[in-house]
Write a protein that binds this ligand. Sequence first.
Ligand SMILES: [Zn+2]
Length: 279
Amino acid sequence: MLTQKIQTLARINSDIIERIQTLRSSSQLHLKYDYIMSSVDGDDDTSYSFKVKETKALIPMTTFIDDWRVPSDCARPEDPDPEKTLYGEQKQIMVMTCEDFDDLVRLNQQERVAIKYTTMLRESASVKYGLKFLSNFRILNKLLYLLENIIRSFQQGEPSQLREINSNLDYINRQLAQFFRIYPISKKERPTPSHVIPVHHIRMNCYQCSRNAVYLYQNNAEPFRNDVHRSHGMSGVCVDHKYWADKISTWVYCGMNPQDTLDDSLIESFDLLSVRNHL
Ligand SMILES: [Zn+2]
């Protein structure tokens, strides 16, 4: 009875395996979509959104079946004789690894060992092992059907999900835009607002070469030094030495010296209006 059940299941499994083998050796190709997300910077420094790109690839059936893995939440066959005292010559077939299609094929070959167990041992032992084997063949049957169904849907090809993805993403992007409108969040570091620059600090010489300073930095490394190069946490550098100041982490760029470059476009771009009002 038990033997018959095992044989029947193993035969059904062999039929599925044969169908999958035929498909594996076919030259069928499948259209597969991949989606890649990236972020998009808006024109101003507070707009930010996401976009998704769809790419298409043709995957051969062979690759698809070889790449398939038993899902982690599926039950796997368990060794009916963990001590392996009874397998003898059959040890190779009784390897219990169950990860891919080839493993399912090998596990179904355990039928031979299963029949031997359920017919040769005394009755109580044969029932004990037979039931364990039967349970394994049922698990194999589920996994093989699962794979076959996945292959069938693979053959039909998957539809593009781009429209659905974009419609969801549009919603997220609108929320994000709304978020940036509500909160004072900026994507990049802004120069320290220039109104913190006291007017008597604006005339400074380059920290490195003593020429007129054009760029102003907040520099907290030497807060009490007061001379033509430094004044109360402020430092200046010339055009040639801006690169030098930018490299030092304690120097924070905060705009241009409006005394040297007082034109409207610069005042606007560096928000130095408040500085000019102090002059
Ligand atoms: Zn200089």
